[in-house]
Design a protein around this ligand. Structure first.
Ligand code: PEP
Ligand code: MG
Length: 913
């Protein structure tokens, strides 16, 4: 058979029917497929074909290609041609092995395994020992002279088949098996005799009959057909779907099915099975790394029933096999030019390779391995920079949980909003966090658990080591603020019920109280019960510097940071930020000593009152700006005028009403009652039904020009003040939420006038730019007009996404899971730019802005600025820079460098999957 026409995903039905070659044979040193055919054969199938062609010891078999799975998913049926090709391949296998599937004195037994294009470890299903039945098990016992082995293999088949094909819950089989062990008063599986296992088998068959309302199929071909279809179906099990979503793998690919001769690692003390890596996947160290079990089948290693031993033990037990394995895997690594993750089985002293694929690794390992491979001349520098996924650079910046001691109990999973690890005692309010966190020597780590956070929680968030919320999405308050702080945070952990009053949280039947320990993994979103240790991290890593040193010369787009306070600006610069792309000035007022003034300013009824409060805010704001200018000496700092929906700063209406009702009953003469009444009246006056679309952005400065005046004064006074110390401040004043050019000219006039006033008063001036955020669809459409006034644009893709979709950025969590599940959205548009909709508007803004002002600076400062896929897109549409949270700066730098290198080297951004 030749390998000429292979159907492509998406090929038309009729065309694929005529052309598709469904089944690819491998064995006896030759394979019909090869290592490049991952689309058709999946990673595993392609690896088996490649290893076979390379003359490595691979048990023979055949791969049914992914197109068959896609057809099955679409129609619920399989093509006749596929059935025919399978029968031919099976006959060929039987002839090669001189065996018959599940028949005769030397029955052929096979494994049936899934294998998609991208590895999805453990997500789909596998069936081993297929072909065993009441007759062939006896033959196997005779042939192997090992009754126990034969019956153990048979009971494993019924168990796997029952679970995977017939949907019988695992525990139904476990109860039988554990019952038998109890009856025999033994602890280990291996202590059950052949007779015991025969009893287990009889009961397993009962379980099958009871649950599946049918007998366990005795016909080997029926077993094979049913197993194949079940593996196809496992592509769409819940685990696999979630894994694909997390790893951005398309739901349309489908899995291949590998049918392969069984080799047995459980045939006694000269047999065994194991897994390994050609380098250490956690550290990247160049060491043969792996574990194995003698006298065991693969699933025993994975299931953790027995503890595997380090691969170095194999050297002592079977030095020749060890050397052969070492030699083969080293050759595989050289051949694939990447770390290999392999599986092997030793059957009675003979080594078989069952799988090889590029190994998954941590960020630290990815960098180490890329550098080592360049030094070993296995890859060149241009390739090395693609060997690290930009997101993996987080590993260098955040501590991680130490899971080496095991015993990790995950109680809930949410969105991984801000990476890192946090281990602490839980508290349920910001005030409790402050008390519990303590000061000085009495300091202790706390994790603030809230339904969701608001700006009023900021003091608690500041002292907490990690934040966990039950609600909210990737741009919720908790997510944005913690990312800026580089603090570990998990949001939207919906399984958790937070009861702030009782100071407890519940997950199913588990209740955790204030003071209980939990551990958060902000990189994966896992909430873990108890107290794990953490492993600290630092950005001053020699390996990281080398890799960035190779990547950076390619980069053409700038990378700035979103930072609101000097500490974050210093941090951002240390990570390589080339300026501040967004300073959200309202965040400067979240500090506990500032919120009251901010609130008083908002609540003021007259301009005079407002000016009085603004006068108190001026020095605070000015000193913050001075700090930021000092930190960013010589680099641009984009300062956005006040933007937030005002309700974020006001006391909650409902809480005030409760307080008033309580005081009326308990203390009607209390002065607080009068005060609370006045506040409530003002809160009600300011109440908006839709604050996100209400009095915010430039609408604030237009309604209350004195606010913009104060802010402009603080900016320019700070810039002139630091200049006296030789600091070069480069302010870029940014007006938020513009939809008409007149808004821009209105606010622009104020800024320019205050600037001139300050320069005159101080007797010196600084250069500055005046620009705007582009964060509403209309602004994109009239970008050519706006550019008449604006010297720069910064795309605010959080609001632009919100207003383009009409999805509230704070409430998307309520329906996003359903949208993802039904395939309506592929991912969260607040995390990765929607290129077709929001992107189209951005492109319009870029093109129209440049038409008016060819040299206009164009940036992005929404959360997407730190998302690698979005960064690549920003490079493509020609933005001047991206701006992101300080802790994403490294990621953005590498993503931007890879994007430029892709252009320059004309390579596909071939990141290791
Ligand atoms: C935006 O809308 O993208 C933005 C950066 O502004 P904010 O998140 O502060 O609304
Ligand atoms: Mg915005």
């Amino acid at each position: 058979m030749s390998v000429t026409s292979v159907s492509k995903p998406g090929a038309s039905q009729t065309q694929s029917k005529q052309e598709t070659k469904y089944v690819f044979f491998f064995g006896a040193g030759k394979a019909e497929g090869n290592g490049k055919m991952k689309d058709e054969l999946g990673g595993k199938g392609a690896g088996l074909a490649e290893m076979t062609n390379a003359g490595l010891p691979v048990p023979p078999g055949f791969t049914i290609q992914t197109a068959a799975c896609r057809e099955y998913m679409k129609t619920g049926k399989v093509a006749e041609a596929m059935e025919k090709e399978t029968a031919t391949a099976l006959a060929r296998l039987e002839e090669l092995q001189n065996q018959k599937l599940g028949a005769g004195e030397n029955p052929l037994l096979v494994s049936v395994r899934s294998g998609a294009k991208f590895s999805m470890p453990g997500m789909m299903d596998t069936i081993l020992n297929l072909g065993l039945n009441d007759e062939s098990v006896k033959a196997l016992a005779r042939k192997s002279k090992n009754e126990r082995f034969a019956y153990d293999s048979y009971r494993r088949l019924i168990q796997m088949f029952g679970n995977v094909v017939l949907d019988i819950p695992k525990h139904a089989f476990d109860e039988v098996f554990d019952g038998q062990k109890k009856k025999r008063r033994v602890k280990l599986d291996t202590e059950l005799t052949a007779a015991d296992l025969q009893e287990v088998i009889a009961q397993y068959k009962q379980v099958v009959k009871q649950h599946a309302k049918r007998d366990f199929p005795q016909g080997p071909l029926e077993q094979l057909t049913l197993a194949r279809d079940a593996v196809f179906r496992s592509w769409n099990n819940d685990r696999a779907k979630v894994y694909r979503r997390m790893n951005n793998i398309s739901d349309d690919l489908g899995t291949a099915v590998n049918v392969q001769c069984m080799v047995f690692g459980n045939l006694g003390e000269t047999s065994g099975t194991g897994v390994g890596f050609t380098r250490n996947p956690a550290t990247g160290a160049k060491e043969f790394y792996g574990e194995f079990l003698m006298n065991a089948q693969g699933e025993d290693v994975v299931a953790g029933i027995r503890t595997p031993v380090h691969i170095s033990e194999l050297r002592k037990l079977m030095p020749q096999v060890y050397d052969q394995l070492h030699d083969i895997t080293s050759r595989l690594e050289k051949h694939y030019r990447d770390v290999q993750d392999f599986e092997f089985t030793i059957q009675e002293g003979r080594l078989y390779m069952l799988q090889t694929r590029n190994g998954k690794r941590t960020g630290r390992a990815a960098v180490r391995i890329a550098i080592d491979m360049v030094n070993e001349e296995l890859i060149n520098i241009d390739e090395a920079i693609f060997r690290v996924d930009p997101n993996q650079l987080y590993d260098f910046l955040v501590p991680t949980l130490d899971e080496s001691k095991g015993g990790v109990e995950v109680i809930a999973t949410g969105l991984p909003a801000s990476p890192g690890a946090a281990v602490g005692q839980i508290v349920f309010t910001a005030n409790d966090a402050v008390v519990a966190a303590g000061t000085g020597a009495a300091k202790s780590p706390v994790i603030l658990v809230r339904s969701e956070t608001t700006p009023e929680d900021i003091h608690g968030m500041e002292v907490a080591i990690g934040i966990l919320t039950a609600r909210g999405g990737m741009t919720s308050h908790a997510a944005v603020v913690t990312r800026g702080m580089g603090k570990c945070c998990i949001v939207g952990a919906g399984e958790i019920e937070v009861d702030e009053k009782k100071k407890q949280m519940r997950v199913d039947s588990l209740t955790l109280k204030e003071g209980d320990w939990i551990s958060l993994d902000g990189t994966t979103g896992r909430v873990i019960k108890g107290r794990l240790n953490t492993v600290p991290a630092s950005a001053d890593n020699a390996d990281l510097q080398i890799l960035m040193g190779w990547a950076e010369p390619f980069r053409t787009m700038g990378v700035r940071a979103n930072a609101d306070i000097p500490r974050d600006a210093i941090q951002a610069r240390a990570f390589g930020a080339e300026g501040i792309g967004l300073c959200r000035t309202e965040h400067m007022f979240f500090a506990e000593d500032r919120i009251p003034h901010m609130r008083a300013m908002i609540m003021a009824r007259t301009e005079e009152e407002r000016r009085a409060e603004l006068a108190k805010l001026l020095p605070m704001q000015r000193s913050d700006f001075e700090g930021i200018f000092r930190a960013m000496d010589g680099l641009p700092v984009t300062i956005r005028l006040l933007d937030p929906p005002l309700h974020e700063f006001l006391p909650k209406r409902e809480e005030l009403m409760v307080e008033i009702a309580r005081l009326e009953l308990t203390d009607p003469k209390s002065p607080r009652l009068k005060e609370a009444g006045e506040i409530l009246r003002r809160v009600e006056e300011l109440h908006e039904f839709n604050p996100m679309l209400g009095l915010r952005g430039c609408r604030l400065g237009i309604t209350y020009p004195e606010i913009s005046e104060m802010q402009a004064r603080a900016i320019f006074e700070a810039a002139v003040n630091v200049a006296k110390d030789g600091i070069k401040a480069i302010p870029e004043v940014m007006i938020p939420l513009i939809v008409t050019v007149k808004e821009m000219s209105n606010q622009g006039a104020i800024i320019r006038q205050v600037a001139e006033q300050v320069f005159k008063e101080k007797g010196s001036r600084v250069e500055y730019l005046l620009g705007t955020m582009i964060e509403l669809p209309r602004a994109c459409v009239i970008a050519d007009d706006i550019a008449v006034e604006a010297e720069f644009f910064s795309f605010g893709t959080n609001d632009l996404t919100q207003t383009t979709y009409g999805f509230s950025r704070d409430d998307i969590g309520t329906f996003l899971p359903a949208y993802i599940e039904h395939g309506i959205l592929k991912n969260d548009p607040f995390a990765t730019i929607d290129q077709t909709g929001v992107g189209e508007l951005m492109e319009m803004g870029v093109e129209r802005g440049r038409k008016t002002r060819p040299n206009i600076k164009l940036g992005i400062c929404g959360e997407h600025g730190g998302d690698p896929e979005s960064v690549v897109y920003c490079h493509k549409i020609g933005l001047t820079y991206v701006s992101c949270s300080p802790f994403r700066v490294l990621t953005a730098r590498l993503a931007a460098a890879q994007a430029a290198a892709t252009d320059k080297l004309k390579v596909e951004a071939g990141r290791t999957k």
